[in-house]
Design a protein around this ligand. Sequence first.
Ligand code: CU
Length: 144
Amino acid sequence: MTLRLFCVLAAAAAIAAVPSAHASSSEDKAEKRKKTCEKAEQRYQKLFGKPSAEEDVTIVKMYKYTFCPTEVEVKQGTTVRWVNVDRRTSHSVWFKEAGKEESDRLFSEEKVEMTFDLPPGEYPYLCGPHWKDDDMTGTVRVVE
Ligand SMILES: [Cu+2]
């Protein structure tokens, strides 16, 4: 009897805790990602001497298990360059869903490029070592 009552109370507490915890964690996640990407841009400028937006290709930085920006929209034929601005962690770029091969592991300051001569659409990709546990994923949206 005592045990059953305890279980009921525990279940009620768990249900009550879920909605607010969920809402704040997704907000926290967006806020955390924003800060991470601001730091990634600072790292980029320190390493390469100019803002990533001034490069002649579209830059996606890889930093703290995050692709920055996580989503990019590019015109058909645009080249996207992924640059690892982490100090120690290696990452990859893998259009797994599209059946592509995973890129080499990119270490600090290394980069890989891909030109999107592809039909308009959304192309999700992931980081081989970090998509499962750290949700390190991104999307390239190709438009005409
Ligand atoms: Cu990674």
